[in-house]
Write a protein that binds this ligand. Structure first.
Ligand code: CA
Length: 239
């Protein structure tokens, strides 16, 4: 248990952000910036405390440092996903070259940011992650294409009647493609319309998430690659 692991404003209207960070100066800065935006903030300084807090506080999102005492950030995320906990996770890493490793682990990370980052940028990322999970919930009609059914209210995806677990970002990407059947989206369009900040992450992020999505949807995937352009959702992508 850390000496700085108390919640401030836990009853905040915007929900609680769980900040998992073992460097107290960074944790304090994030607490300051996030609470200014109206979020409640709970800081956990190691992996075990992070797991406890994630399970009991039901945070709106988790800002998760990769290098942590006791249990590292990737393992914290893996354990939560294994328990069916799909709280949006924004990874923080001190090393650029670790980003590929994190994405490659397919932990269901919703975004990542490399240190040093500005607190303002991190707050913008947290809001974007939250916005993506809220927008989908506002439209009520399920999206159906072939064997794939996307319920925007419950955020449940079924393939041929069986549920498929998607990360928040995979869900939003699929819902976005299905919302306009046959429209071809460029990678840049998907970045700005799904991620919400085209300039910050590269287009390979889109490719990585599309690949993960296809792997989970299997043969029923409606996602078609339009070479040199981007992606679309088609009733029969193989024709
Ligand atoms: Ca650290």
């Amino acid at each position: 248990m850390s000496s700085f692991g108390q919640s401030s404003t836990p009853e905040s209207a915007r929900g609680v952000i769980l900040v998992v960070e073992d460097e107290q100066a960074i944790a304090d800065l994030l607490r300051l910036y996030l609470s200014r935006e109206g979020f409640g903030v709970h800081v956990a300084a190691d992996g075990e405390e992070a797991l406890r807090a994630a399970r009991t506080l039901h945070p709106a999102a988790i800002v998760l440092d990769v290098g942590l005492p006791l249990i590292d950030g990737t393992e914290v995320c893996r354990q939560l996903r294994g328990e069916g906990n799909w709280t949006p996770v924004l990874f923080c890493t001190a090393r650029d070259d670790e980003v590929d490793r994190i994405l490659g682990l397919e932990l269901g990370a919703d975004d990542y940011i490399t240190k040093p980052f500005s607190p303002r940028e991190l707050v913008a990322r947290v809001k974007a992650v939250l916005r993506r999970s809220v927008i989908a919930a506002q439209n009520e009609a399920p999206l159906v294409m072939g064997q794939v059914r996307v319920d925007l209210v419950t955020r449940r995806v079924d393939v041929a009647g069986s549920p498929v677990a998607l990360t928040a970002t995979e869900f939003d990407l699929l819902a976005h493609l299905l919302s306009q059947p046959s429209r071809v989206f460029s990678r840049d369009q998907l970045l700005s319309e799904v991620w919400g900040y085209a300039a910050v992450v590269g287009t390979r992020t889109v490719d990585v998430h599309i690949a993960q999505l296809r792997a989970k949807l299997g043969d029923s995937s409606p996602i078609r690659t339009v070479r040199g352009v981007g992606y679309s959702a088609e009733p029969d992508p193989h024709e």
